[in-house]
Design a protein around this ligand. Structure first.
Ligand code: S3P
Length: 172
């Protein structure tokens, strides 16, 4: 039986990796970022995986990496990719293996934070705002459906945000 983990879910640009890293340091736990884990296991970047295997190939790798990280004996902080909630199996695995924090952000914040993005395949399009709108509308209910805590990532510096986040986790 693995320890319970802390999972950060939410859209691209919500700050899952930055906040996750700070939270892990604050709680003195290991930190993992699923996208980084996929890249390390594949030996290629996310864009390459999308180009060669399509989104479906990436989703298979993502689900596998999630299950492997969950098996880790040490209770960890795990930042997920924005699309992790698309698969029912992943949602169930997240719900059952720890506390799920939904880092929410407004569409405007997401447009702004992904403005110069060059690494997220789904955002390398002419109609980025429209794509973000569609992703948020489809996924927001999925994030909420598994979240133990919904936390606006807002404009507070990560160090400060993490303290209130850690406090909120103890009150769950
Ligand atoms: C994706 C989000 C990305 C990455 C991939 C697909 C998505 O992760 O997994 O580009 O479908 O929203 P981040 O949310 O960490 O950017």
């Amino acid at each position: 039986m693995n320890e319970q983990h802390i999972f950060l879910v939410g859209p691209m640009g919500a700050g899952k990796s930055t906040i996750g890293r700070h939270l892990a340091a604050f709680l003195n736990r290991p930190f993992f970022d699923i996208d980084n884990e996929i890249e390390a296991r594949t030996g290629a970047d996310i864009q390459w995986i999308f180009d060669m295997e399509g989104e479906e190939g990436f989703r298979v790798r993502e689900a596998k990496a999630l299950l492997e990280l969950i098996q880790n004996d040490t209770s960890s902080v795990i930042a997920t990719g924005g699309g992790i909630v698309l698969r029912e199996d992943n949602r169930e695995a997240l719900r059952e293996n720890g506390q799920v924090i939904y880092l929410s952000a407004t569409k405007e914040q997401l447009y702004d934070r992904t403005r110069k993005d060059k690494s997220r395949p789904l955002l390398q399009v002419d109609n980025r705002r429209e794509v973000i709108d569609q992703l948020v509308e489809k996924r927001d209910p999925l994030y909420r459906g598994i979240a133990d805590l919904v936390f606006p990532s807002g404009s507070v510096p990560p160090g400060k945000l993490v303290k209130s986040l850690a406090q909120a986790l103890t009150e769950l």
